[in-house]
Ligand binder design. Structure first.
Ligand code: OOG
Ligand code: NI
Length: 303
């Protein structure tokens, strides 16, 4: 089954599997979605639009974005712009979806070669357990197989000592060595919600009223220079992680993001009822993303 409708059905199954695990791991997701229904912002959870989802990867030859992207390219996603984060030593790309109702995908990758000798050695001791690109032997038309792959350990469970050494040099490296391909966040689209909730500013007020803590790096509202993309994010929830030898440590898990995409200047005169995704600011913004990454950083989680 590899015709386009088969592939889209598989994509649906893969996305459902990701969202199910993510909701179990991140209690804020259920709190926010249920509060939106209770407040009458949406009739049901199924009406909430997912702007994008995000993944993090380790930049070593057999893994990283070049491997991970094979999955979603197979389902009809298209690779778009590249973003570079010098201070955080990251590269990222975004992918536009096959259907207007599917989430965009943002995938980042740690520039492992730019880290210290010690961090490189630690990371490779784990990633060397994956001898070949695992995406090459995955049956991408089998949704269950892909779902299992995205949630299984790629390498042995890390030690607390290795996690903490990585954390000192790269919070991103520490996150990936433990969390791997778990969904990093999903993103609630705000612009189509009712008045009073359809801007990041208003939605942040609602979130704080229900007790949600927001990422403050660069301010609670991240605005692109063109003014078209506004974003905010929760601070990642801590998870009780079990490390090698049964050691336990509370570490950053995943978070939730919120996005408001403004109508592009050339479509300003379209009636509201005719406005579709293609009429709004698309893509991402490096300066916003740079701050959103910090949703899992101890500078936010331990504040
Ligand atoms: C991704 C941060 C960037 C966005 O929408 O710009 C991002 C991450 O934390 O892995 O999500
Ligand atoms: Ni995001």
């Amino acid at each position: 089954m590899s015709d386009s409708s088969g592939r889209l059905a598989t994509l649906d199954a893969v996305l459902d599997g990701l969202m199910r695990r993510y909701r179990e791991r991140v209690p804020d997701v259920g709190i926010i979605l249920n509060a939106m229904v209770r407040q009458g912002i949406v009739e049901s959870i199924g009406d909430i639009e997912n702007d994008h989802i995000a993944f993090r990867t380790m930049g070593v030859p057999q893994l990283g974005v070049q491997s991970f992207e094979k999955i979603f390219l197979h389902y009809g996603y298209e690779k778009r712009e590249h973003y570079f984060f010098e201070g955080k030593k990251l590269d990222a790309w975004w992918y536009s979806p096959p259907r207007e109702t599917d989430p965009r995908i943002f995938v980042s990758e740690l520039r492992v070669g730019d880290l210290s000798e010690e961090s490189r050695r630690i990371i490779r001791s784990y990633t060397d357990e994956v001898p070949n690109d695992p995406a090459d032997t995955l049956n991408l038309d089998n949704g269950e197989e892909v779902d299992a792959f995205l949630h299984k350990p790629l390498w042995r469970t890390p030690t607390v000592a290795d996690y903490q050494t990585l954390l000192k040099e790269s919070e991103y490296a520490a996150w990936v060595i433990y969390n791997r391909y778990y969904l990093n966040h999903f993103t609630i689209s705000l612009h189509n919600l009712p008045e009073g909730y359809n801007t990041v500013a208003d939605f942040n007020t609602f979130l704080e009223k229900i007790g949600i803590r927001l990422n403050t790096s660069g301010g609670k509202i991240k605005v692109s220079p063109d003014g078209g993309l506004l974003q905010s994010a929760t601070v990642a929830e801590m998870i009780d992680a079990e490390f090698a030898d049964g050691e336990k440590l509370s570490i950053s898990g995943s978070y939730v993001e919120f996005a408001e995409r403004k109508v592009l200047p050339e479509f300003q005169n379209l009636p509201t009822s005719e406005i579709k995704r293609k009429h709004r600011r698309d893509g991402f913004e490096a300066a916003n993303a740079d701050k959103i990454f910090e949703s899992t950083y101890t500078t936010q989680t331990l504040k």
